[in-house]
Design a protein around this ligand. Structure first.
Ligand SMILES: O=c1ccn([C@@H]2O[C@H](COP(=O)(O)O)[C@@H](O)[C@H]2O)c(=O)[nH]1
Ligand SMILES: [Zn+2]
Ligand SMILES: [Zn+2]
Length: 638
């Protein structure tokens, strides 16, 4: 940092360089009003998926984890000044989605210590901590030990390698008393996930609620003022993966008078559901785009020593149901993850400056990890933005057209290169938009982070092969496969080696520093949320970004004859959904088995992390010297 005299100035400089990437899109508009503070307040993160660097290409979500460290400290201090409780909760999925977490082996080994800088009160596990055995063990050996009694995994166990016995990854429950005397019983419940590797066990919620320890915890011998359910688990009870409704009903039947507050995740949405007059659930989005806020007052507690109606701030006013006589009132808010939002809500914390040293240190740690992992290494320059859901499937600018082309072009086994092939991936493997301009090592994880490898069934009769895509698009998704499915879990493979060695010699661009535009009066595109309390939950008012349903699977093809149809085709697919392909082929009259007919099309170390970088190296490198950064970025023109 030329001209910076002390290390903290250098950190601020680095952070600003990182944030002011020329391709960063959009102005940031600010919050509509101050938050309502109640007797008990929560800040909620979920499905962060490694995005601790913030969104470098969307200023609306441009804060990094260091900014959140500073913000959370201001809010804790403000809660203390107001004489109320503030709890910080996280509901899992810490990996798979960003280079900061995924370029390390195992995933999360460098990002989790950064994540750990927030003073959470309760955390729980996500399914992405369980797909791959190495990651599950990293979570067990390190993450669960760092968090101790605050890491609550009520229905998730792991085989302890030292004893060979199943044990809970975290604690089954946490009973604790807040600084102002509220007595809280907490459970952390993962949805009924079945895609875990064979070192862990997810106990179905329907079984967990019958277990003696659970019944004893609900009927705890000491007073409970509130049940806190944190779950990597959608809060919306109509979502077929959600088990929160079952938990809420079970606890309510046993303890009719005690408020139940749920925090959920997994479905990556902003949502709030009212279950009854004393129970609600909040879900706070994904990818460090959203910080959830919930406040409540009216909790009956003989030991609460704080303020039910803190002064000098707005207070919650909404009953859960119109007819509620419980005395409980609530507010909920979805905060956009940017510094403008954080600085706005941190006011009156009685600190004159926003950045705490601890926050700047975390920002510095992020910069260091990014450098160590070479995340800015460039594969090529994307000629356009390809979005995952803002355009209909098949429209130019929809990412699935690009994926089809890349699969057909890049996923080729040289020894089968002349045999026609269909190459199929699940669109769920594409996690984010691919933005016009520099396509970096980091972006490759942002768009396609998983380690799913390519398998195939060779020489499938053309008349069957051509129907596979349509058939699997009508089949159940692989994460919902039944427990008796005997497919070897891809999760038992170890992580693939990083591919940095392949991308040497590519020009790196220095970011061009541009001022961040901060306008408070304009309406920028972003979340427009409707939940059980209505349409006023978004902290910043936005115009809606269109969202179109996409098919579950998409296909590329290669080496087809220019005229006529081939007799047979290689059907190539990901090991992640191999059994589904076998099933649909057999439903068409085939007699394939996984054991006899499915094999790897490419070396299993070649995964969904590789084909887009290879495509970019082949087709987008020539553009690098003239990469049109800063122009036309964001969402494609309609
Ligand atoms: O190996 C994998 C693992 C997962 N997926 C996709 O991810 C979702 C689950 O992600 P959440 O963040 O937990 O919602 C799963 O449904 C698949 O679509 C994958 O493609 N490959
Ligand atoms: Zn997730
Ligand atoms: Zn999840």
């Amino acid at each position: 940092c030329g001209g910076c005299n002390n290390p903290l100035e250098a950190v601020v400089h680095e952070r600003n360089v990182r944030r002011m990437q020329p391709e960063a899109s959009g102005a940031v508009s600010g919050p509509k009003a101050e938050l309502e503070w109640g007797q008990l307040n929560f800040m909620h993160t979920t499905d962060t998926h490694g995005w601790l660097e913030g969104h470098l290409k969307e200023q609306n979500y441009g804060a990094d984890w260091g900014d959140f460290v500073s913000f959370s400290r201001h809010m804790v201090q403000k809660a203390g000044n107001l004489g109320v409780d503030l709890l910080l909760v996280d509901t899992g999925d810490l990996h798979d989605g960003n280079g900061l977490s995924d370029a390390a082996l195992p995933n999360g080994v460098l990002s989790n210590p950064i994540f750990d800088e927030i003073q959470y009160d309760a955390l729980t596990i996500g399914n992405h901590e369980l797909y791959i055995s190495d990651i599950a063990y990293e979570t067990f050996a390190n993450f669960s030990k760092v968090w101790g009694e605050k890491y609550i995994t009520s229905n998730v166990q792991i085989v302890n390698p030292a004893t060979g016995q199943l044990e809970y990854i975290g604690k089954k429950y946490r009973y604790f008393t807040t600084p102002h005397g509220l007595r809280i019983m907490t459970f952390g419940v993962l949805f009924d996930f079945t895609g875990n590797s064979n070192v862990s066990k997810v106990i179905k919620a329907a079984d967990m609620i019958k277990q003696d320890w659970f019944l004893a915890a609900v009927n705890y011998p000491q007073p409970i003022d509130l049940f806190l359910i944190i779950g990597h688990n959608p809060v919306r009870t109509t979502d077929s993966s959600s088990t929160i409704g079952l938990l809420q009903k079970t606890i309510r039947a046993m303890r009719p008078e005690v408020p139940i507050q749920a925090f959920g995740g997994h479905s990556h949405i902003r949502d709030f559901q009212v279950y009854d007059d004393k129970s609600t659930g909040l879900e706070s989005g994904r990818y460090c785009e959203t910080l959830g806020w919930l406040s409540m007052s009216g909790i009956n507690s003989s030991t609460f020593t704080g303020n039910v109606k803190p002064r000098g701030v707005a207070n919650p006013t909404r009953k859960a149901t119109n007819t509620s006589t419980s005395g409980l009132v609530y507010s909920r808010r979805y905060l956009d993850w940017n510094r403008l939002t954080f600085e706005y809500h941190a006011t009156k914390s009685q600190e004159s400056t926003f950045d705490y040293h601890s926050g700047l240190r975390v920002t510095g740690d992020i910069t260091n990890v990014r450098k160590k992992l070479n995340l800015t290494s460039l594969y090529g320059c994307a000629p356009a933005t390809y979005c995952a859901s803002c355009l209909p499937f098949g429209a130019p600018g929809n990412i699935n057209s690009l994926i089809s082309t890349a699969l057909g072009e890049i996923v080729v086994n040289p020894s089968r290169a002349t045999t026609p092939r269909y190459v199929i991936v699940n669109t769920g493997s594409i996690r984010f938009d691919l933005v016009k301009g520099p396509f970096t090592y980091d972006d490759s994880f942002i768009v396609s982070p998983f380690n799913d490898a390519f398998q195939y069934i060779k020489d499938v009769p053309y008349d069957m092969a051509r129907k596979v895509l349509a058939s699997i698009n009508g089949a159940p998704l692989p994460d919902k496969r039944d427990l008796f499915d005997t497919t070897p879990r891809l999760a038992d493979r170890t992580c693939a080696d990083p591919i940095m060695s392949q991308i040497s010699g590519v020009t790196k661009r220095e970011p061009i520093i541009q001022p961040i535009t901060r306008r408070q009066t304009i309406v920028t595109p972003g979340y427009v949320t409707k939940d059980d309390f209505g349409t006023d939950g978004d902290d910043t008012v936005h115009s809606k970004i269109p969202s179109y349903a996409q098919p579950n699977y998409v296909q590329g093809n290669g080496s087809f004859p220019t005229t006529g149809t081939p007799a047979t085709v290689d059907v190539v697919f990901l090991d992640y959904f191999a059994t589904t392909v076998v099933k649909v082929l057999n439903a068409m009259g085939g007699s394939y088995t996984y054991a006899n007919d499915v094999s790897y099309y490419l070396d299993p170390s070649y995964t969904t992390q590789n084909y887009l970088p290879d495509y970019a190296k082949k087709y987008w490198q020539a553009n690098v010297p003239n990469c049109p950064v800063g122009q036309g970025v964001g969402y494609p023109d309609k």
